[in-house]
Design a protein around this ligand. Structure first.
Ligand code: NAG
Ligand code: NAG
Ligand code: NAG
Ligand code: NAG
Ligand code: NAG
Length: 432
């Protein structure tokens, strides 16, 4: 009797648990065997970590669940924090968390690319904390690290980070939580960047997924004129999953989110794995789906620094929130069963070095831990004209880089606090 009871309880526990997510071919699947599409929302109420305060998580998860959200993206977390309660709250709401492993002082920098042991250790702490939760959907090793043609020399450092975090995940016997990258939507880097992240024969050295922050569909647009046709054309043969890690252009208002119909419809759902709407909270950048009260004068006593209250009961922003809710109600893709799916795509060829376009020779060895980008050495390596191995640049500190100099730059501030803007900015300049 007793053992039966225990069994029954254990079974009930198992049945209630949320299925985990993994990658097969170019798609995500749940451990129940269903294809998984992200219906996500970017969620960063406070700079350091929005997954600590369970009262807040509970209020937000309930409203998110009511419109069919199944994912949130969190850009910065404190690995020392206790996330159990918030993660359980989101799990109970059927919501997966897609976490960036980096934070303000550990992110890979385009201006002075390097990948070192301090970064490995910091990324590993975040993974150690979040791997324990079944509703951790995936990890990002970077967000919009590279945005310019010559910034492409930072791409090998992003790929090295994915290589090392995959190796760490496997060495710790964690489950195969997908590890990928979230790219700025820069037309001139497309499709080289995505192909570079997936190319090569060695599966230990490629990303598990690729994602784009794209703000190309604005207002009353459609699949053909929005730019999504081109995005899809470029992604069709990608052998790893791809999704929009930020989307939701906010000009003109109100936002209608009609791109969701295309993303989950026949035009895109065989290639794309869904999207993440930027963003939950209303801030100065005007992308919010909800607010926690009216904006207050930031100079008033006790006022939040930018005047936007960052906790409390979420109030939907009208009509944007309802518009999203309506679109999500009808937009859905059933996808394919894992058992019926045999991946057929193979890794793309590594893109060749092209001056002022893509300045990495895709075939060269990835940086080792401790390696810093050294223009003098690596420009010849990148072009494939160096005779030595790529490791000649290993550990040689650059004298030109100023560590931390980029931290206070407007771009990085935007990247940290209002990520949509950056994508938007570059999107406007580059997508043509
Ligand atoms: C890694 O780089 C950062 C600068 O981004 C520096 O502060 C840190 O000391 C470096 N760590 C190691 C182990 O070299
Ligand atoms: C790319 O070019 C810009 C402008 O020419 C320069 O300021 C920047 O340092 C270059 N970046 C790298 C990584 O070489
Ligand atoms: C694949 O990459 C891993 C990580 O860089 C490396 O340890 C391994 O030796 C590589 N395998 C082959 C066959 O090159
Ligand atoms: C990628 O899209 C661009 C337009 O944005 C197009 O010129 C290019 O041919 C596409 N490349 C591939 C491989 O589909
Ligand atoms: C697609 C959609 O639902 N659009 C609606 C968004 O909100 C405005 C204002 O209420 C409506 O006019 C749209 O029909």
């Amino acid at each position: 009797m007793r053992s039966t009871l225990v069994l029954a309880t254990a079974y009930a526990g198992l049945a209630a648990a949320i299925p985990t997510i993994s990658v097969k071919g170019s798609k995500f699947f749940t451990s129940d065997g269903d294809q998984f599409y992200l219906k996500g929302i970017a969620y960063q109420l406070v700079p350091d970590d929005p997954l600590i305060d369970n009262t807040q998580c509970t209020l937000d998860a309930k409203l998110m669940k009511s419109i069919g959200t199944n994912s949130i993206r969190v850009y910065h977390v404190d690995p020392e924090g206790d996330h159990k309660d918030c993660m359980k709250t989101f799990e109970d709401a059927g919501i997966y968390i897609w976490v960036d492993l980096d934070t303000f002082n550990t992110q890979i920098e385009q201006a002075s690319p390097h990948w070192n042991q301090s970064q490995v250790d910091a990324f590993a702490l975040v993974m150690d904390e979040f791997q324990q939760f079944d509703n951790t959907g995936g990890f990002f090793v970077g967000n919009e690290v590279l945005t310019t043609p010559n910034g492409s020399v930072a791409a090998p450092f992003v790929k090295a980070a994915a290589r090392d975090m995959k190796a760490y995940r496997n060495s710790k016997k964690y489950r195969n939580i997908p590890i990928g990258y979230s790219a700025a939507d820069i037309a001139s880097l497309r499709p080289m960047l995505q192909n570079y992240m997936a190319c090569g024969d060695n599966s230990s050295e490629v990303l598990d997924f690729f994602s784009l922050n794209a703000y190309e569909w604005c207002g009353d647009s459609d699949y053909a004129t929005s730019g999504y046709t081109q995005l899809t054309k470029n992604a069709t043969n990608l052998n790893i999953p791809i999704f929009l890690s930020e989307t939701g252009c906010n000009t003109p208002k109100p936002r209608t989110f009609q791109d969701q119909e295309a993303i989950f419809g026949s035009e895109m759902s065989s290639v794309w794995s869904g999207s993440i709407i930027y963003e939950w909270i209303e801030e100065a950048n005007n992308y919010g789906l909800i607010k926690y009260g009216e904006k207050v004068n930031p100079t008033a006593s006790d006022a939040p620094p930018d005047g936007f209250t960052r906790s409390g009961t979420p109030t939907p922003i009208s009509p944007d929130f309802d518009n999203l809710s309506k679109v999500w109600k009808t937009a859905s893709a059933s996808g394919i069963k894992e058992s019926a799916y045999t991946p057929s795509l193979t890794a793309p060829p590594c893109p060749a070095y092209t001056s002022d376009v893509w300045e990495v020779n895709g075939g060269v060895a990835l940086p080792t831990i401790g390696q810093t980008y050294d223009a003098a050495v690596e420009s010849s390596i990148a072009r494939g004209t160096a005779t030595g191995s790529a490791a000649t640049g290993a550990s040689s500190p650059t004298t030109t880089s100023q560590p931390g100099a980029a931290m206070g730059s407007p771009i990085k501030e935007v990247q940290g606090m209002g990520l949509g803007l950056l994508g938007l900015l570059f999107g406007f300049f580059w997508w043509m």
